[in-house]
Design a protein around this ligand. Structure first.
Ligand code: RNT
Ligand code: ZN
Length: 425
């Protein structure tokens, strides 16, 4: 139904756009080069509602993560997930990575405990990633497990529980190191735990002291940190941890400032009206590297599909204006089980790229000069006019150069896959 414009049309629109931006001193080709060389780490878990393929010998429960919706055809095997991800990659231009969780291990039907996982359980993923030319990122899975049922993992008061999760984290860091070695570059591993309490815990101190101790043990293990790049992710509240989250923003901010790992900032993990764009300059003044979980919070949910909204635009503006793009690792974190999951992946990833591109197309120096000279009305007016410049024409050229369906054309490809593959599962 949605047809792609011809190559000539896209090129003509691009030339027009290039001239419009050039009139403001912006070089569109330079912006596209920067966009092209910024990898986006696409999260595997949008494809199967964070279910994973773990083989269990007993029941498991959620543990603070909940994907809602029952759109048909969620990937139920690793092969299906790989096929779906490849379809999504086909509809997204630019450099992509793929972000796995420990529960996506392939163990040939065997029960393998999380503290026993090794790189061999991700061999198929690593072969696949190499074949399609994407690098892998990784996450330990501290939820959906009987040892997480109490609501506490790395901060548990039960020494056995805590030791189990420390072993899991160490096993995962070794897997990340192996992935990094195989791809001859960093593998970003993000540590998020659900630990917290529903209502007014008397002791808010003990869990935090124990979490520091667990983190210290995990990071003391000797893995090569050129390959295994650690991040710690904070959260404000979760399902079942509304009153208290051990790994809060302040907690991890202090930990990251005084220890090795970088911070992971998830856009959905703050107060409902609190955005992360203003945190970039504050944090990056003291930190060399940061991991983003690009997401969209809506009321109590932190993981709606990313769209090109002000939160996203402001975030990339801050990163680009501050020259922090080379130090920023962009990963996605959203999951919606109520719509076609390939569509969700593509909408969110393309929106992220559009947000970044919009920032790269700003005449930063011009605006800064206006600000310095006190021409604040002029600056505000320019910011408004910039919103109407032909960003889409530039993004379409990005698609064309990557041999990816531009504009609305990808929607038809997604719909065809939906009727031919997804709905036949
Ligand atoms: C949860 C965190 C975390 C997860 C993934 C699956 O609130 O955002 O990043 O979404 O690890
Ligand atoms: Zn996250």
């Amino acid at each position: 139904m949605f047809e792609a414009p011809s190559r000539e049309t896209i090129e003509a629109r691009y030339e027009n756009a290039r001239a419009q931006y050039a009139a403001l001193g912006v070089d569109v080709d330079t912006a596209l080069d920067a966009l092209k060389s910024t990898p986006i780490s696409v999260h595997c878990w949008q494809g199967d509602d964070v279910a994973g393929f773990e083989v269990h010998d007993g029941p498991v429960s959620g543990g603070g993560i909940l994907s809602t919706g029952n759109y048909p055809g969620a990937a139920r095997t690793a092969d299906q997930l790989r096929a779906d991800a490849e379809k999504a990659f086909h509809l997204i231009p630019g450099e992509l990575r793929f972000n796995l969780h420990a529960i996506y291990a392939e163990t040939d039907g065997e029960v393998v405990e999380r503290d026993q996982l090794g790189a061999e359980h991700f061999a198929k993923w690593m072969d696949w990633a190499k074949r399609i030319g994407v690098a892998l990122d990784f996450n330990p899975t501290f939820f959906a497990h009987p040892m997480a049922d109490s609501g506490y993992t790395l901060s548990s008061a039960d020494d056995e529980v805590r030791a189990f999760w420390v072993r899991h984290a160490i096993a995962c860091r070794r897997i990340a190191e192996a992935m990094g070695r195989a791809q001859q570059g960093p593998c970003y591993i993000n540590h998020w735990i659900p630990d917290g309490a529903k209502d007014q815990p008397i002791d808010r101190w003990g869990p935090r002291r124990r979490l520091v101790d667990s983190l210290d043990q995990m990071f003391a293990d000797d893995v090569d940190t050129t390959y295994c790049r650690d991040a710690v992710e904070s959260k404000l509240f979760g399902i079942g941890s509304e009153d208290y989250v051990v790994g809060s923003h302040e907690f991890y901010l202090c930990y990251a400032l005084t220890h090795e790992p970088m911070l992971c900032l998830d856009m959905g993990h703050f107060h409902p009206t609190e955005t992360i764009h203003d945190k970039m300059s504050a944090i990056m003044t003291f930190q060399d590297e940061v991991l983003l979980h690009v997401s969209r919070g809506i009321r109590w949910d932190s993981d709606h599909v990313v769209i090109l909204n002000d939160d996203l635009r402001c975030l990339f503006q801050q990163i680009v204006r501050g020259g922090a793009l080379p130090k920023t690792r962009v990963a996605l974190d959203f999951f919606d089980g109520s719509i076609n999951r390939i569509g969700a992946w593509v909408v969110g990833t393309r929106a992220t790229q559009k947000g970044l591109l919009a920032a790269l197309l700003e005449p930063t120096a011009v605006m800064k000069q206006m600000e310095d000279e006190g021409d604040l009305a002029g600056k505000l007016a320019l910011l408004e006019e910039l919103k109407l410049l032909p960003l889409g024409a530039v993004y379409d050229m990005f698609c064309l150069a990557a041999d990816t369906a531009p504009g609305t054309a990808w929607i038809s490809e997604m719909q065809a896959y939906d009727s031919e593959v997804i709905r036949k599962r």
